[in-house]
Design a binder for this molecule. Structure first.
Ligand SMILES: C[S@@+](CC[C@H](N)C(=O)[O-])C[C@H]1O[C@@H](n2cnc3c(N)ncnc32)[C@H](O)[C@@H]1O
Length: 287
């Protein structure tokens, strides 16, 4: 399911999606991204993609389809396309109950398991502009029992645009509205409008471009203690979602945890994870 907000109004005289081209484009998008557009989404797709046609100098949707199939820059264009058909909504300290469970339940369990190595590996798998992985970094940096532990946070997204913002680690007051004031004072510097995260916390997170629908790419990620994949699975149909959830499972070490979005569920994945009601949220333990 794709987000339907902020649809741009299509120019009446501009390129149009015929039913046939809509089907071709829809199938191509599904093949490359796992996102499925239903028949009633023609107008949404048309209006969202018009700026991409302009950017690629395509006069028609047919030539845009050819661009996506054959152009030397087709891989880069798929990530651009992705950016316009999904939403990047995120902010620091999103879903407080889940973060409480992370610190009070998941991290203590991981610390018991990894007491020998004193290492924790976390993956924020659809990190958008970095607010989520930096929130985790802030919580871990501020936690006394973790002094002396090595913490590695991998943060990935399919969109290079959001990753570039994440790498700057500079945020508006709107993104930071839920950060506890003491942490804001301790870990951010700058003006009221734009606050920069201090290098001590910024450097705890490394960013990479990863498409979660790219199976060979996911095979390169292994040994994670905790994977966050919040507010992203909603984009995929059941088949693509089952593939991604199964591949995410393989990136975890035995009994590692998956945290999905507060309003998301893991249908048809029985046997892969055990759902545990922990604190005020549900976490999924690898089986
Ligand atoms: C709504 S944001 C969620 C950000 C953060 N996890 C949160 O909950 O605040 C969804 C993110 O998923 C990313 N995304 C969507 N499909 C993806 C895919 N196939 N692979 C990697 N990232 C994807 C989008 O680019 C977007 O940044």
């Amino acid at each position: 399911m794709a987000d339907t907000t902020a649809v741009r109004k299509a120019d009446a005289s501009g390129p149009k999606l015929t039913p046939e081209t809509f089907k071709q484009l829809r199938d191509l998008i599904y093949e490359k991204t796992g996102i499925h557009f239903q028949d009633n989404k023609t107008y949404l797709l048309e209006s969202r993609l018009l700026p991409r046609l302009n950017a690629c100098r395509c006069q028609t949707f047919e030539s845009y389809i050819n661009f996506l199939r054959f152009d030397a820059y087709r891989d880069r264009e798929v990530t651009e396309l992705y950016t316009v058909i999904t939403t990047n909504e995120t902010y620091f300290f999103r879903d407080e109950a889940q973060l409480e469970t992370f610190m009070k339940v998941m991290i203590p369990e991981v610390m018991k398991t990894n007491a020998g190595t004193k290492q924790i590996r976390i993956w924020s798998a659809a990190c958008s502009t970095g607010d989520e992985p930096y929130t985790l970094a802030l919580l871990l940096r501020d936690s006394l029992p973790l002094a002396g532990w090595s913490i590695d946070i991998l943060a990935t997204d399919i969109s290079e645009n959001v990753l570039n913002i994440a790498r700057t680690a500079t945020y508006s007051t709107h993104s930071l509205r839920k950060v506890p004031p003491a942490m804001l004072a301790k870990y951010f510097t700058g003006t009221k409008e734009h606050q920069a995260l201090v290098p001590l916390v910024k450097n705890m997170v490394r960013f990479m471009n990863v498409n979660l629908y790219d199976r060979p790419r996911l095979k390169l990620v292994r040994g994670m203690d905790i994977v966050f994949c919040r507010n992203c699975l909603i984009y995929f149909d059941d088949k693509a979602k089952a593939q991604i959830v199964s591949d995410l499972r393989d990136t975890l070490r035995p009994k590692g945890y998956l945290m999905i979005g507060f309003s998301e569920t893991l249908h048809d994945t029985t046997g892969l994870f055990r759902a545990i009601h922990a604190g005020r949220s549900v976490i999924h333990e690898k089986q």
